[in-house]
Design a protein around this ligand. Structure first.
Ligand code: ZN
Length: 414
């Protein structure tokens, strides 16, 4: 009887057990390495997996800490965003930012969570299991809930299909929305999660796609005029497994659109084939849009520090069209996310230089090379937690997606 008990204790310690509470990554898209637990201080870091160097994603749960106040300390590994941690007390059903309920120190000028590496949480007397994450999760179940809410329109306003199987054999979701009878005047392709941990981009995509169901002028126009093909989880395995996804060895999904070699990720190979076939059948795509998130956080007060506002990533060859969609978006936006056309991150500015694309080229760069006459090719970066002083949460991300739809209508039919 003694031997199995010893084995259980050894296994448990490796997941971080002390003082009666446990810390582990056994949640959807879980990701954490527990270094030590001493009293009420948990020392941990992100599980980088096949990402060389540092990246920012983590998600874990704490069980058995009811009534305690714990400090989570990532040491020298930047991990905590501008509004603290995303917290769920109902197994991922609802999430909120920890800073609304904690008095962790704030930056006196920006109001951001001051520490890049620590946050605290006070567990209520009945909080026996609490989940924490760097960002608001958006996973397959969220996508399925979105589709289920519109099930009555299936076959009429949207259909779903499988783009391909991932490397690990998982079906990669795809869908067609809007005018799906093949007679659409405009054809759009939109993606998120080329970098799997960039969850807030998928809330924006959902908001954009939701617009096709609207009983309003925008919804009617979209159902009459545009077919949108969407791939919400390009790096499907990373989304499910909770990988960083960024800078994967030898290169990640976002750098896999190269003319001189075949794509190494099955999703990218399938996207290229699908788009080329669609263009052959129906003509040049009207819009190709890729949605991303920037780095963890920053300061909008500093020159070229772009991590805390929504912006388009500039490509010089199509700068006029990209600036035009940004100007329209600033004018028509209703979400309150404070989008500014002047935040356009022109090629050559800050990090947006050739050095950033040495590993390979992106969906938007490939689309411009393949269809130089496409009316609009653009990538937006969606921050994790705020746009300047405004806190961002899923309802606002979705509304910004609708802002994009409003802007597209005005762009395509001025
Ligand atoms: Zn990205």
């Amino acid at each position: 009887m003694i031997r199995p008990l010893v084995a259980v204790l050894v296994a448990a310690v490796s997941f971080g057990v002390a003082n009666g509470y446990t810390v582990d990554a056994e949640i959807p898209a879980g990701n954490i390495v527990v270094k030590s637990i001493e009293g009420d201080v948990v020392k941990l870091k992100q599980d980088f997996r096949d990402t060389p160097g540092h990246w920012i994603y983590w998600a874990f749960r704490v069980r058995g800490a009811a009534g305690r106040t714990l400090t989570f300390d990532f040491g020298d590994s930047a991990a905590v965003g501008s509004r603290g941690a995303a917290v769920s007390e109902d197994h991922g059903g609802h999430w909120r930012w920890s800073d609304f309920e904690r008095d962790d120190p704030r930056d006196p000028v920006t109001g951001d969570h001051a520490s890049y590496t620590t946050f605290t949480w006070k567990f209520g007397p009945d909080d026996n299991e609490v989940w924490f994450s760097q960002t608001f999760p958006y996973s397959q179940s969220d996508w399925e809930a979105f589709l289920a809410a519109h099930a009555a329109d299936y076959g009429r306003v949207f259909v779903t299909n499988t783009l391909c199987l991932s490397k690990k054999g998982r079906p990669v979701e795809a869908g067609r929305f809007g005018r799906i009878d093949g007679k659409a005047k405009y054809r759009m392709f939109v993606t998120s999660r080329h970098h799997c941990a960039e969850t807030t981009a998928t809330f924006v995509m959902e908001g954009l796609l939701s617009a096709v169901f609207g009983d309003d002028e925008l919804g009617r126009w979209m159902r009459e005029n545009i077919e949108i093909r969407a791939v919400p989880f390009v790096d499907k395995d990373g989304v499910v497994d909770g990988d960083q996804g960024k800078n994967r060895r030898p290169y990640d999904h976002c750098r896999d659109y190269n003319d001189d070699k075949p794509s190494i990720h099955p999703e990218i190979k399938a996207i290229r084939e699908m788009l080329e076939k669609w263009a052959k059948e129906s003509g040049t795509p009207s819009v190709v849009m890729d949605l991303h998130c920037p780095w963890l956080r920053g300061s909008w007060l500093k020159k070229d520090d772009s991590n805390e506002y929504i912006y388009a990533v500039g490509i010089k060859d199509v700068e006029p069209q990209q600036r035009r969609i940004c100007e329209i978006l600033e004018r028509v936006q209703e979400s309150g996310s404070g989008f500014l056309a002047s935040d356009y991150y022109a090629e050559g500015r800050g990090w947006n230089t050739g050095a950033n694309y040495k590993a390979g080229s992106t969906l938007t760069q490939w689309a411009i090379r393949t269809w130089p006459d496409a009316p609009l090719v653009v990538c937006f970066e969606i921050p994790f937690a705020n746009a300047r002083r405004m806190t961002l949460m899923p309802p606002t991300f979705r509304l910004f997606g609708r802002d994009i739809a409003l802007a597209l209508k005005a762009y395509l039919e001025p």
